[in-house]
Design a protein around this ligand. Structure first.
Ligand code: FES
Length: 109
């Protein structure tokens, strides 16, 4: 069964930036692109734990602020290698709330 959980408010994420939210002890990076799209990924870069929400967003990619690996925000694929990140299904509610779709195992890995 699928449900939705509140991650935060889009108003807290300026366009072109990301922020880290926590849900059930899991840290999730939420990105607000300049085009108005919203994406969510694991918060830590799999290389050495860089804070992806602090990375540079370009279109639908993010560049890790530590060693500049590049990830596709929609698919999680690393464009500079083969160490992908996790993505989460999110949508915007009419009032600007960012919702994460969760299933029973959604946050379990
Ligand atoms: S920690 Fe992200 S590229 Fe090294």
């Amino acid at each position: 069964m699928q449900a939705e959980r509140i991650l935060g408010r889009l108003a807290d994420i300026p366009p072109g930036e990301g922020r880290t939210f926590e849900l059930d002890g899991e840290r999730i990076a939420v990105f607000h692109t300049r085009a108005g799209a919203v994406f969510a990924t694991s918060a830590a870069c799999p290389h050495k734990g860089g804070p992806l929400a602090d990375g540079l967003i370009g279109g639908t990619t993010v560049i890790c602020p530590l060693h500049e690996r590049v990830y596709d925000l929609a698919t999680g694929r690393e464009l500079t290698g083969s160490c992908d990140i996790r993505t989460y299904p999110v949508r915007l509610r009419e009032d600007g709330t960012v919702l994460l779709a969760v299933t029973d195992a959604a946050l379990a890995g």
